[in-house]
Design a protein around this ligand. Sequence first.
Ligand SMILES: Cc1cc2nc3c(=O)[nH]c(=O)nc-3n(C[C@H](O)[C@H](O)[C@H](O)COP(=O)(O)O)c2cc1C
Ligand code: SF4
Length: 494
Amino acid sequence: MWTPPERIRRPISETRWPSAEEAAASRWFSPVELGPIRLDTRTWVPAMVPWRATEDGLVSEDVVDWYRRFAEGRPGALVVEATGIRDIPSGPLLRIGDDRFIPGLQRLTRAVREASRGETRVLIQLIDFLTVKRRPPAEKFLRRFLTIDEGHRERLAEHLGQGSAETDDAALREFLIAGDDRLLEAVLTPRELRDLRFGYREGVGDLDREPIRELPARLPGLFAAAARRAESAGFDGVELHYAHAYTMASFLSRTNDRDDGYGGSREARLRLPLEVFAAVREATSGKLAVGCRMLGDEVIEGGSTLEDAIVYARAFAAAGMDFISVSKGGKFDDAKQPKVGDSVYPYTGRSGYECMPTVFSDARGPFGRNVPLAAAIRAAIRDDGATTPIVTAGGINAFDQAEAILARGEADIVAAARQSLADPDWFAKIRSGHGGSIRRCKFTNYCEALDTKHKQVTCQLWDRQALDVPALRLSRDGRRRLVAPPWEPDPSAS
Ligand SMILES: Cc1cc2nc3c(=O)[nH]c(=O)nc-3n(C[C@H](O)[C@H](O)[C@H](O)COP(=O)(O)O)c2cc1C
Ligand code: SF4
């Protein structure tokens, strides 16, 4: 992963934990309304893909175990990982693009209710993503994928300082295969160079491709059908994934230059996200909370900034979303070049760092790094008179930190992904006065490195503990436990 050049190692600072009485009287552990549903506390576990679904995208026993384990800590809300709304093969990522996915998801929502004693509200993140292919060997790309046209011939002639390059396609291909980077950079278009160096990747601006042209016609229906299924599977809410590297965030992005009324100006970029939301509302009962996760800043060259995000959030609040969860970065645009045969991964560049900041940081450090974005968005929508709850995440790992964010009015709900992975019981520990026994996240992204490799995600703080327990479920390599060890409160420690 990209690291700020300063590479200052920020310590996980000592913190104070409250008594059970103080926690009970705190803001973080006070209720909040999320449209039609009520969270018992303002604690939230955001979406995290654990790579545990079956190859067909179905809920597996390991998926149920994963969410049950988070629910044992009784967060106010638990958001199930990004779940694909289309019925297309996508490896071990959860899917909800057909009714056959409902029974598995039902098992999941039941497990969360049981394990949290009915306290945790369970939401699911609905995602659409476009095709990303692996980086091809250069020769394969030049021989099989490159479509030669007059432009190539003209640029070659110019590069060679000749009036024209009278070569047939086959000879030109061979010339490119034998050539160096400078030749390729002179002859290929920027998009072809990207496909060669990073692998082919669809973009929302590819209007020459029918499926891309048709996205505005198809996506509202696909999201609506997925949300309807989520409701029948027992979810309390859906989070529309309008963040990071995926289709809906690409529509919102300043880089979206579609000229069909769905790109270009801010209003046009907002059009599809608003249409998707309207379709989801229409398709579901008034009992389902519907909100989105969006970016407070894309952190890429030419991308949307906080100024854009404020406009988007105000529109979402005005349209009646029940919550807005603010994230940052996580884009393909600045991702690291993958090895030949691998796919580009969106959390490997600077924007990825901003999404999941580590302790190897700059002067600002990773803790609460993204709170100012949520705060600015919240202030703007409050000025409009909207009360839409705002969720913030990014480097949250302590009670006083969360309380201060709420006290300053920077967010309404304070979420923690990696700290909850490190210790799924941490909310329960704080509430019962056992804060001192919390396993504190190191923020060095061992979990994220597993995610990058599409391996089952675990935490370095617990995945090799007590591996000899009978019937313990282990990772595919047989070396790691798949859920955190159980916690038995030590009565003398409270
Ligand atoms: C392993 C892993 C998987 C993640 N998967 C998702 C995801 O499916 N959807 C999403 O919006 N964010 C995802 N995230 C980002 C987190 O929800 C969160 O925004 C980020 O980790 C910053 O919060 P934290 O500092 O509390 O970890 C993931 C993070 C991790 C570590
Ligand atoms: S693996 Fe590291 S960064 Fe991830 S949750 Fe565990 S301690 Fe935190």
